[in-house]
Design a protein around this ligand. Sequence first.
Ligand SMILES: FC(F)c1nnc(N2CCN(c3ncnc4sc(CC(F)(F)F)cc34)CC2)s1
Length: 495
Amino acid sequence: MAGFRDREKQHFPLTSIQAVVDLFSDQLERGDEVDLALLSIVLGCIENTLTMNRSSHSNVDESKTITPIFPVVEADTIEALYAKFTALIKGAVDLTKFESEYATRELVKRVSDVVWGSLTRAYYKDKAHLQSLFSFLTGNKLDCFGVAFAVVAACQVLGFKDVKLSLSEDHAWVVFGKDSSETAEVTWHGKGNEDKRGQPITEAVRDKAWLYLNGQPVVCTRQMEAAAMVSSINPAISATIDSVEMGSLQQELLCLLYQKGHLSRYPMAIGNLADLEEISSIPGHPTSNQLFEEAIRVAQTHYNNQHVYPYTYFGGYMYRHKQYAKAIHAWAEAASVIKGYNYTREDEEVYKEFLEIANDFIPTIAKVCFKEESSSSGESSLLQNPAVYADLLRIYDGICEWEEGSSTPVLHTGWAQQFTFSLSKFDPRVRSLLDIHVENEEEEDEDGEEKDSSKPNGKDKQEKETDQAASQKALGVEKEKDTAATQRTRRGRKR
Ligand SMILES: FC(F)c1nnc(N2CCN(c3ncnc4sc(CC(F)(F)F)cc34)CC2)s1
């Protein structure tokens, strides 16, 4: 049973980032005995000291040098909070009613009710620093993720090893029972949505639903739950200032988890480490680029490519680094994922991602490149690149397909205005270099070849090749064996 024993106590008092890394490393070596309550209280305590009520320049002296401050975390502070948590949970759950080694739905619901019932009546749920057990035990406040995490930590205190955190890109719930075959809501989601705590996540609820990743959530091990707690660290002191020490601690802990292989099934945590490495890379750490690409590979390999964020993370990174063609390609991949989902009112977070991509980032790219082209010798290759134009069409087509069959509309005229604005900035000649195949699945014969060579773009082959040669020559695009961007559009209706 986890507990606050000599093995833990020897690390205290914690006086540096390295001391916290050593405590985590020691805990991670314990396999599924990682003590979630202990680690969450420690991180919450440090975050509270480094980010809350810090006067603007408390650690800057007259010579403008900033002396790094790391709080001293005493054993008895943590031990007292740990004892408070175990007393609350063990005092509220009568274990004689739950004889089985495995948790039951009643047990999980009871633990969720105990956490839920301890929360302050009314508070701003999406405020920062409400994710840890420190916040729960000292302020009776938790955010949506924090409630789910607290339920899992509580079940660990009660000795139920089968209760695990299950994560999508914007929601959290638990799995439990033999082979983790059961699921249960334990927290709320979003604003104005009735919580469904205690209910299972059924096939009807999760299929084609981004909030549940179409049945491909990240089901955590204990070490991945530690990674989720580290990912939820919030180094923000204010809207514009971050604690450098808290950011470094998060980066060092994510890197430790990465090196121990505990992020190998957790694309978002890999993306979080990539973001931190981009801000300040540490020698010997993997690069942002490598990490973003790994997050994508993990989602493709282990989650049937149903995750959106690995592509939007990578697209954002390429955009910031002005690699616009790669950014647009990543967003086209993201759109290819989202088109398999039906949009619902609980998907606002991913809606905002695509809104920003289509109505801010892409129009900005079109303007910047168009201006460059008119000012320089007309060499803005992006607006003359058929592959980029094809990716742009995939983005718009994917968003349209996302809306198809959805209960809530996605698009409005603002989207259409931005779509047409961006497309209009491309050189008209790129269109003749596009070969858009519309495959109708039932017409495809066994080796995937199209049966009838429908006249793409209404021209016969000969006319098309002449057009293409002329355009390629004019654009200085060397003759490709086949068209520069063969765009295969599979027009399958969502079932
Ligand atoms: F590239 C953009 F799409 C993004 N940039 N940052 C993104 N994050 C940052 C971190 N993040 C996360 N990072 C690790 N694990 C989790 S589990 C989860 C859902 C919930 F909070 F549990 F409900 C969210 C999340 C959420 C998504 S997406």
